[in-house]
Design a protein around this ligand. Structure first.
Ligand code: F0G
Length: 463
């Protein structure tokens, strides 16, 4: 290529204003939200990096598809467009639409798991874990050891630990109804899984007659990392790589709110006829008929178009590069984070950045509040608030205190990223003055969504 600038590979047809606020307005909004960013009004946020889920911008082709949406209750044309695309990419026999990823998880686990079963995964996402545990089964995380060390550079930190997987399969005959790999590994830093690892995990599972599933939310981003990092794949298209990933599995769960480039939707896809039938029965009970699964016909059209657009090379190049570009600026300033940067997000390492805040004063939570206060940026804590509370009510601090900056798809441009870098570099100059928070009210489960906090020492940033 002749020019090195990587541009946003789209032009902007519809814009949505975002609003600047003063530090005083943000301080008041944060107080009113009880220092919980989930409780802010979105219009008080300047750059919203809470999640990359359902927050992307749809293309003109997706909107055109939505106008074609067929709202027939059964057998809608839109379903066949959706089914055809999902089958072409994944190769799976049964394609079951759901309203989002966690519905696919619930339906699969309801049909496949029994109390006392074990489900290995590289790292379960929180809804996946919760849905496994809801069946009184054990959600076992088996990332490679490199995946647990934030600063260590490794091309495929999302890989599953194959030896640990084999030990689990060998020691628990009849107790592992399925194994999963999450691509990319969201809870592990948005890190990719290599095709070599997927191939080996698939072979192991099949040797033990255990079905192998992929949590495919970010399959296109994972395919891009394989193309750019795994020897032998540079000349393959993301579509070909994705197809090869899925060919190793017996099924997948998917949130189309990520690499489906849609605002809502998901699916469960699998080959086993008997299991599929039980899942479909389950679907009808709570989601809807098998040709819409809780979605409108127009949603199915948006996903059918979005899944292909997510595999476009120019788009993937721009997307992965945006996160990496921010990471390079922060790394140059010595700001600690999970390296390499992930596909959909950058994960700041609050434990290393703010070592003076003890874990029981929630350093990552405090940092996420400061990013809002200083720059109007909304992020999400992935630390003690999210994971510290155990099912038996005890507190067990997790190994890392991270703040995730998740990038909505096709929403922000390079100048937004430059602004983010400027705010973070400014926060770096305040770091020694940042203080912890105290939890004043907390629900018994999934507390990060609604817990209330206050500064533990009078102010979030000491004078
Ligand atoms: N699996 C992974 C790896 C996810 O990241 C998510 C959602 C789900 C499953 C569930 O999908 O939200 O459509 O029900 N992750 C979002 C996030 C919420 O912010 O990381 P869903």
């Amino acid at each position: 290529m002749r020019f090195k600038t990587i541009i946003e590979p789209f032009r902007i047809k519809t814009v949505e204003p975002i609003r600047q606020t003063t530090p005083e307005q943000r301080a008041a909004a944060l107080r009113a939200a009880c220092y919980n960013l989930f409780l802010l009004k979105a219009e008080d946020v300047l750059i919203d990096l809470l999640t990359d889920s359902g927050t992307g911008a749809m293309s003109s082709n997706q909107w055109a598809g939505m106008m074609r949406g067929d709202e027939s209750y059964a057998g809608a044309r839109s379903f066949y467009a959706f089914e055809g695309t999902v089958r072409e990419i994944t190769g799976f026999k049964h394609i079951i639409p759901t309203h989002q990823g966690r519905a696919a998880e619930r339906i699969l686990f309801r049909a496949a798991l029994h109390p006392g079963d074990i489900v290995p995964n590289n790292t379960h996402f929180d809804t996946t874990r919760a849905n496994v545990e809801y069946r009184d089964a054990v959600a076992l995380d088996l990332p490679i050891p490199e995946g647990r060390q934030p600063h260590l550079i490794h091309p495929f930190k999302g890989n599953i630990d194959l030896e640990a997987l084999e030990r689990t399969l060998a020691a628990n005959p009849g107790k592992v109804p399925l194994a999963m790999i999450t691509v990319t590994n969201n809870s592990g830093g948005g890190q990719p899984v290599s095709l070599a690892n997927l191939r080996a995990a698939s072979a192991l599972c099949h040797r033990y007659h255990v079905p192998f599933f992929i949590d495919a939310c970010r399959f296109a981003e994972n395919a891009w990392f394989i193309k750019t990092r795994e020897p032998g794949y540079a000349d393959k298209t993301p579509f070909e790589i994705a197809h090869e990933m899925f060919s190793l599995a017996d099924g997948c769960t998917m949130s189309a709110k990520k690499d489906g480039l849609a605002n809502i939707g998901g699916f469960l896809a699998l080959n086993d006829d008997d299991l599929a039938q039980r899942c479909k029965n389950n679907l009808i009970l709570t989601e809807g008929f098998v040709t819409y699964g809780g979605l409108a016909g127009y949603d199915l059209e948006a996903i059918a178009v979005g899944l292909r657009e997510a595999l476009d090379e120019d788009y993937l190049h721009y997307r992965i590069r945006s996160v990496e570009y921010l990471a390079e600026k922060l790394a140059a300033a010595g700001i600690p984070m999970v390296r390499p940067s992930g596909g959909h997000a950058l994960y700041l390492d609050a434990k290393a950045w703010l070592p003076h805040i003890p874990q029981n004063e929630f350093p990552a939570w405090a940092l996420s509040c400061v990013l809002y206060l200083e720059g109007g940026i909304r992020s999400v804590e992935i630390g003690s608030v999210m994971f510290g509370l155990q099912p038996d009510g005890t507190e067990k601090p997790p190994a890392n205190e991270l703040v995730r900056l998740a990038f909505p798809r096709r929403v922000y441009t390079q100048s937004h990223v430059d602004y983010l870098a400027e705010v973070l570099l400014h926060v770096n100059t305040l770091k020694d003055r940042i203080r912890g928070v105290r939890m004043v009210k907390s629900p018994p489960t999934l507390r990060h969504f609604t817990a209330e906090f206050e500064p533990a020492h009078g102010a979030l940033i000491a004078e």
